[in-house]
Design a protein around this ligand. Structure first.
Ligand code: PFF
Length: 444
């Protein structure tokens, strides 16, 4: 029934592809602003702890589901639950959720392409913050431009996904991920070197215990889940391409560390420049599209060409980071269509292009649809699916099978000692923590 499955070629390829999924808009715009709002270094410490104790066990669980089943996300639940009705229904969730995210995510991807062009064309040189904001407002309300850019972004992602796991996804992330780290380091160095930038560094690292409230924990966990692409079927699907010789714990940890490192680098790329320009660190996508173009153009009053290049590099990084994430979202649906309906990859890719493209056009034209998609996917469905995945591995799959996956049937050195700890986190720490975030989203 199913076409021959491909595998990622090496541990590095697994980590780069998974980190490609994880590193995205969540790291570049959400993380830096969250750190500032929620107590600086205190937030970072909570974030790291949440990642190690809660997100990483969920991540590992998703990889286990993928690799054990060697199937797309729907078939994975069907196979491993031996066809139990509840889990058969659950299987549809990880196919549907990524389509919702891909639709609005690619709209922001499109904005970033446009801003890459605008920055390179020196549109923002010698402008005031109000002018930069006006450019953004008129751009997002000008139907045609954001729609076209969204489709262009999605088309590019579709082409990569349709080219295959190895020759598309693996090859693309092998080139772009290392480049992404270089770009963000270049911007961080430039940003920190600006006069007045130290205030931004302080904003990121200064512990502010007064900002610490119960909701800080919920924000840190929610951010960590989103950032690691959990609860979307993406990691289950990528997990299904991990070879049987690979060490799941090691590659999961490698992915989490890269994701965290990139988020911190993004913080140092953005905040020092924002402070140097005397701008209040704002929230959400606005920080990138309203403040950053101004920040870099303002800094370049003396050297507009250099500042425009830096702004263009910044948006190039945003575009690439968003692409590797969107690619993982599309791959969930492509794997499903190819395996369940014996479709050709190219056909599956373009079917999804039309589906997400169409829904994305609605998001690009109407901010309420955009916000609705984001809220539904990131605050509700993501948590629900992550909870189901970790409960599935902790309580539905046989312990022996999980042990086999995490120790490669006992052949991995040290994994036997680590297994009980990870299994405990999967069963007794992650599920209650996810339920708590879920509840706190409604009451805090
Ligand atoms: N992890 C991505 C980010 O931080 O931007 C977002 C994301 C991508 C979430 C892919 C889920 C996913 F499947």
């Amino acid at each position: 029934m199913s076409a021959k499955r491909e595998n990622f070629g090496s541990r590095m390829a697994v980590i780069l592809a998974m980190a490609g999924s994880a590193i995205g808009l969540g790291n570049i715009w959400r993380f830096p602003y969250m750190v500032g709002e929620h107590g600086g270094s205190v937030f970072i410490i909570i974030y790291v702890a949440a990642t190690l104790l809660i997100s990483l066990p969920v991540f590992v669980s998703e990889v286990v589901i993928g690799r054990r089943s060697r199937s797309n996300a729907l078939t994975a639940f069907w196979k491993l639950s031996s066809g139990k009705r509840f889990w058969k229904i659950v299987g549809f969730l990880p196919i549907a959720i990524p389509l919702i995210i891909a639709s609005y995510y690619s709209v922001i991807g499109g904005w970033s392409i446009d801003y890459l062009y605008k920055s390179a064309a020196m549109t923002f040189v010698h402008t005031e913050p109000s002018q930069v904001s006006a450019v953004f407002d008129s751009f997002v309300t000008n139907g045609a431009e954001p729609v076209l850019m969204h489709l262009l972004f999605l088309l590019f992602c579709t082409l990569v996904v349709s080219s295959g796991v190895k020759s598309g996804i693996e090859r693309f992330s092998k080139i772009t991920l290392p480049a992404l780290f270089v770009l963000i380091v270049v911007i961080a160095v430039y940003s920190i070197s600006l006069p007045g930038a130290l205030a931004g560094v302080r904003y990121l690292v200064k512990p502010d215990f007064s900002a610490l409230t119960p909701s800080t924990f919920a924000y840190a966990m929610g951010q960590s889940f989103y950032s690691l692409s959990l609860g979307m079927g993406a990691i289950i699907t990528y997990g299904s391409y991990v070879s049987s010789r690979e060490n799941i714990l090691a590659s999961s940890a490698g992915t989490a560390v890269s994701d965290l490192l990139f988020a911190i680098l993004a913080g140092f790329a953005i905040m020092p420049a924002v402070f140097a320009a005397g701008i209040e660190p704002g929230a959400g996508p606005g920080l990138i599209f309203r403040s950053v173009p101004y920040v870099f153009s303002q800094m370049g009053q003396g050297a507009p060409v250099i500042s425009s290049i830096v702004a263009a590099i910044f948006f190039l990084a945003v575009v690439v980071a968003a692409m590797t994430s969107c690619i993982s979202l599309l791959e969930v649906g492509v794997a499903f269509l190819v395996e369940k309906f014996s479709m050709k990859r190219w056909h599956a890719g373009f079917l999804l292009f039309f589906l997400c493209g169409g829904a994305g056009v609605l998001c690009a034209l109407d901010g309420r649809v955009f916000d609705g998609f984001d809220y539904l996917a990131s605050n509700i469905l993501l948590l629900l699916m992550a909870l189901l995945a970790v409960v599935f591995v902790g309580f539905v799959m046989k312990k022996e099978d999980v042990r086999d996956e995490l120790t490669n049937s006992g052949s991995l050195k040290g994994s036997g000692t680590l297994f009980p700890v990870v299994y405990f986190l999967i069963r007794w720490v992650a599920p209650p923590a996810v339920v708590l975030i879920f509840i706190s989203n409604f009451i805090l």
